[in-house]
Design a protein around this ligand. Sequence first.
Ligand SMILES: Nc1nc2c(c(=O)[nH]1)N[C@@H](CN(C=O)c1ccc(C(=O)N[C@@H](CCC(=O)O)C(=O)O)cc1)CN2
Length: 298
Amino acid sequence: MPTAKLIDGKAFSAKVREGVAKDVTALKTNHGITPGLAVVIVGEDPASQVYVRNKVKQTAETGMNSFHFEMPADTSEDVLLAKVNELNADPAVNGILVQLPLPKHINEAAVIDAINPEKDVDGFHVINSGLLATGGKGMVPCTPLGCLLMLQDTLGDMSGKKAIVVGRSNIVGKPMAQLLLDANCTVTIAHSRTKDLAGEVAEADIVVAAVGRAEMVKGDWIKEGATVIDVGINRIDAPERGEGKSRLVGDVEFGAAAERAGAITPVPGGVGPMTIACLLKNTVTATCRQNNIDPDTL
Ligand SMILES: Nc1nc2c(c(=O)[nH]1)N[C@@H](CN(C=O)c1ccc(C(=O)N[C@@H](CCC(=O)O)C(=O)O)cc1)CN2
């Protein structure tokens, strides 16, 4: 029997989006500014197309201007860089997001680093990762920011808690560890070469799984009462649902983990929706900073 409280990312993200919509109205009414978010997708990866469609729709729903650019899979790096530069120079665009992954022939780092850091609402630019690492005021990557908001809502003050981040990617694992450190947690970053991963996870009050491998974190590793945030979105075969059917699972073995955890995010309906809500929140933050407006006084 699952005993953990379910952390409902779908409901929470709706609240975040409501707050964003209010801020957008205030920016329009009090400052005559309509924030604009440009989303660029290269190629036809089906999952990316779904995420981009949702980003474009939800941007418009908050009252922001939404600019959407679809480029073919054989777009050259130079053409993509020219598009980024065009958006950097466009005053109607406050936030720029290039959907990842990019086709193999394009250097992702070069594209990310071409984005004006002030418009980098993904928070992936090296200037923004540097600011996060040194306690500065940069843009914070959307998925880790969403995880942090859910953790704060669930736990309040996290000072002194032991946290483990399983996964060390630049876009989730590393910034997540930084945010937990800033929240005064004692943080372990685990990865594929970590010895005794089960033992490390078992010590943690907070587990953030972002390793990209279906149900790799086993339920019986989880400490009784721990808070578990599952970033993974893995599609696996589900023959029990019929021939050729599949289903989504996270990086955590949900059923068994929910019997031990105090609170846990589901997949789907956990971290995923918060990623998009935080993108919209970051676009408002970027707009305010570009116009010297304190977002707390909107
Ligand atoms: N430029 C970026 N590219 C990518 C990012 C990113 O933050 N910036 N993150 C991921 C994909 N992503 C957003 O782009 C994303 C992933 C998942 C969800 C989501 O809502 N997932 C649903 C399930 C959806 C499904 O059925 O497949 C859920 O978890 O409930 C939103 C955004 C990689 N690329």
